[in-house]
Each structure stands twice: as structure tokens, then as C-alpha cells.
Design a protein around this ligand. Structure first.
Ligand SMILES: CC(C)(COP(=O)(O)OP(=O)(O)OC[C@H]1O[C@@H](n2cnc3c(N)ncnc32)[C@H](O)[C@@H]1OP(=O)(O)O)[C@@H](O)C(=O)NCCC(=O)NCCS
Length: 188
């Protein structure tokens, strides 16, 4: 075990006066609004999205099925949980009878009244199709609907693709933070 510090950026977006496009998801994808019956599908999508990613080293619960379930349960029971900023993405081509859950995003209002995106993840097979953007924009609209004008998230500095995506959507870096994590045999 080695204690490692991960450099992370806090990125923020001001929603005041900003036009928020709301592109629909591509064909065969569906955005599902929060309801408690979707707790497990959110946890499943979170686990499948993060299990092989560097953030599963920064936050070990993300690399663990039951850890994702507890995390999702904690988030949804927080006082500041923002259901309108929380979305699940499902894929169902016409040939399939069941949904495949392939993306999740959750929002909370922090103690200062700011919006915080908790985790945004798309499962590997579905990346690069604009789904992350669709979910983030829908979540931002949900924060606005809840009367929250400023939203932030944190991203690991090595996650360059995600950082580019957030910048494209209008997020700017406001702070650098370091998160300590115990690592076992990982070479970052
Ligand atoms: C970051 C993430 C949510 C983006 O979802 P997405 O549906 O691929 O996003 P979009 O299609 O809207 O945008 C694609 C952008 O995300 C970036 N991206 C990051 N990781 C990617 C991956 N593994 N595959 C494809 N695109 C990825 C791409 O580089 C692309 O930006 P670019 O066009 O400037 O290169 C997704 O890659 C993911 O779940 N990654 C693992 C979990 C994670 O790191 N989440 C962010 C925590 S802060």
C-alpha cells in the first residue's frame, strides 16, 4: 500500500443567463428521471462506468459493486439531493426486451447552496456518442429548475478527455485540490 495524492480540479459553471441546449439522446437511448426504484440501476451504471477507471483508485467504492450501491444510496438520502439533476441513461434497441443501463449522473445542493455534480459516468461501450454531454446538460437544466445558479464538479487532472468535455460545455477550472488515496500496485 502506498499513500498517493491525486491532483484534481474543481470546475464550475455559472448558469445565470446561460443558454442551455437540451439535445435529445441519440436513437435507442432514453433518459430516465430520478425515482427511488432506479437506485440499483444507477448503482449498476456507476459501477460499470468507473470500475476500470483511475477514479476507482481515487475513490475505491467506485470500483466495487456494493460500494456503488451504498454511495448511490447515501447520495439519494442527502438533505441536499437534487432529483431533477439526477438522470439515468438506458439503451434499448428495438430487438431487445430489456434496458441496458449505460450512464448515470447525480446532483446535490451543498451547504453553501451551490450545485455539485457527484459522479458522471458512461459505460465503456457507449462512450464518444455525446451521451456524457446530453446527461450533463440535462442535469444542469435540473439544477436551474431547482433554483441553483452555479454548479461545480471535481475531476482528476489526468482525466483529460473529461476535462475537455467539461470545458466545451462551459465549465472553468477554479481550484486545484489534492485527494489522498491508498494505492495497491497501480502505476499512475
Ligand atoms: C467522461 C465520460 C462521462 C464522457 O462520456 P461520453 O459519453 O464519452 O462523452 P461525450 O461523447 O459527450 O464526449 C466525449 C468526450 O469525452 C472524452 N472521453 C473521456 N474518456 C473517454 C472514453 N474512454 N471514450 C470516449 N470518450 C472519452 C472524449 O475525449 C471526448 O472529448 P473529445 O471529443 O474532446 O476527445 C465517459 O468517458 C466516462 O464515463 N469516463 C469514465 C468515468 C469518468 O472518468 N467520469 C468522469 C468523472 S469526473
Amino acid at each position: 500500500m502506498a499513500l498517493t495524492y491525486f491532483k484534481r480540479f474543481r470546475m464550475e459553471i455559472d448558469l445565470d443567463g446561460r443558454e442551455l441546449p437540451l439535445p435529445p439522446p441519440p436513437a435507442d437511448y432514453f433518459l430516465l428521471a430520478w425515482e427511488s426504484a432506479l437506485l440499483k440501476p444507477h448503482a449498476q451504471a456507476k459501477y460499470e462506468s468507473f470500475r476500470f477507471e483511475m477514479d476507482a483508485n481515487v475513490f475505491p467504492c467506485l470500483g466495487d459493486r456494493s460500494g456503488c450501491l451504498s454511495l448511490m444510496s447515501d447520495i439519494s438520502r442527502k438533505d441536499g439531493f437534487v432529483p431533477t439533476a439526477t438522470w439515468l441513461l438506458a439503451y434499448q434497441p428495438p430487438t431487445e426486451r430489456e434496458y441496458e443501463y449505460c450512464g448515470t449522473i447525480q446532483g446535490i445542493r451543498d451547504q453553501h447552496g451551490q450545485g455539485a455534480i457527484q459522479n458522471v459516468g458512461v459505460t465503456p461501450a457507449h462512450r464518444g456518442k455525446g451521451l456524457g454531454s446530453v446527461m450533463i446538460l440535462r442535469s444542469l437544466a435540473g439544477f436551474r429548475q431547482a433554483g441553483i445558479p452555479r454548479v461545480y464538479l471535481e475531476v482528476t487532472a489526468q482525466n483529460e478527455g473529461a476535462i475537455r468535455l467539461y470545458q466545451r460545455l462551459g465549465f472553468v477550472t477554479t481550484r486545484t485540490v489534492y485527494k489522498a488515496a491508498d494505492l495497491v500496485d497501480v502505476a499512475y
